[in-house]
Design a binder for this molecule. Sequence first.
Ligand code: NAD
Length: 498
Amino acid sequence: MSDSLEQSRSVGKHFIGGEFVAAESGATFEAVNPATEEILMQVARGDEKDIAYAVAAAKSAFDAGDWSRAAPSFRRKVLFKAADLIEARSAEIIRLQTLEMGGPLGPEFPGPHPVMARSAWNLRFFAEEQEQAGGHAFNRDDTLLTYTMSDAAGVFGLITPWNAPIMLSTWKMAPCLAYGNSAVHKPSEMSPLSISILCEIFAEAGMPQGVYNAVLGYGKEAGIPLVEHKEVIGVSFTGSPGTAKDIAGRAATSLKRTSFELGGKSASIIFADADLKKAVGAAAMSIFMNSGQICVAGSRILVQRSIYDDFLEQFEKVAAAWKPGDPMSRTTRLGPLVSKAQYDRVMGYLDLARTEGRVLFGGGRPSNLEKGYFVEPTAIVDVAQDARVCQEEIFGPVATIIPFDDVDQAIEIANDSTYGLAGYIWTESQTTAHYVSHRLQTGMIWINSGFDRDLRQPFGGMKMSGLGREGGGLSREFFTETRFASFPLVPRGAATAH
Ligand code: NAD
């Protein structure tokens, strides 16, 4: 157990009403380093009492109006300061994240780590959006003037997963807080540490106490009471479809608004005319980065038959550079999976792959690593599209590779999925790219590229990959109450309209 973590006044504690506190019950759970299997520290284990305190703090901050009714320029100033602090403390946040969930530190960067720069951008983007966004005004027949207002709505529950803890959390907090709401955040029990730095940052940036609160703990013990709390008016959730269904059911009983960003089984479609070197590198990055624990991972690779053998040969060579190792080393690209449960799950799929298809490379635990939840980068070939390994989200560094003959067959295979999050198209033909983009049943499509975002775009998925979209004005719709006010244009005593 790390002494410095145990002695920290903030790490592993709830953040309620501006204070770092233990669970009311005194209960804790273990945060485990997935690279070493060592216990990092004991973390506050929240339950309905902690959620009740946090919601009360959030509600009272909302009603006080120091944030909810503050000038947009004030909220912008605080969020910009918080963004600067995220960048300034980038190395510290990334280190804690690597300890808790195993994502590699990556090389030294001259400025902030790119993931922290993106987290800061989330805050700056919505801080500006809320300041600049206007409403609508309508004049009906010169008799009625009516205009819209988008006001802070109340207390929101934000529930996030572990695979990119700070980036995904700021993606939700930024619009929620920027538009003047208060939040109770339930981060994942598998990444409960790094969030403490964000809490410190909000306090230092001058956000009024109680506007943002974090309760640590398990979904069943802290997540469910948050969803069910009567003062929580909406829940923005990122995680698995199974959890989303449970949240949807509970939220429905009190008619809460919900937004769901869920899992995926996204296809990288590589046509014969693609720049093969680029496509191979990007396909590998798409499934091996973060050990495949990315919602938009390109876990199904579809390759036009005429270049299939060539692709397999090059893909295996490129995959060899994704060597699993200590995520704290600056040269490691592939860290461990987040937990023993996730490791066992992925190993189960690798066993299945041997009966449903053929393992081209990888397929097990790296022989040089005795401890930690490491899995080799793996490719599965000679597998039918309806096999479970082609249909279910594995959430590990495991790709299935399937050949196709023509553009329509590629689309048919890509769409044969209960998911619809992302699609990647690799072709030099604009016509093919647009034809496929229009027919792919996914919320997001990248052509000859991947992962790069414009935050004004709608982020989210179709089918089991989500419900609702967040990003730009769509986040504003979710996180505000849009209303109108009208008044007559005909003066008292006037006979009629003009
Ligand atoms: P998960 O659904 O198990 O947990 C997500 C969060 O929900 C955690 O904080 C958890 O404690 C909480 N939770 C669990 N049960 C709950 C309940 N009944 N009520 C309220 N809260 C509950 O997901 P995970 O394993 O942490 O994350 C992996 C999943 O997230 C994958 O499916 C991945 O694709 C998806 N994901 C999606 C996106 C996206 O933007 N589309 C981004 C990242 C991850």
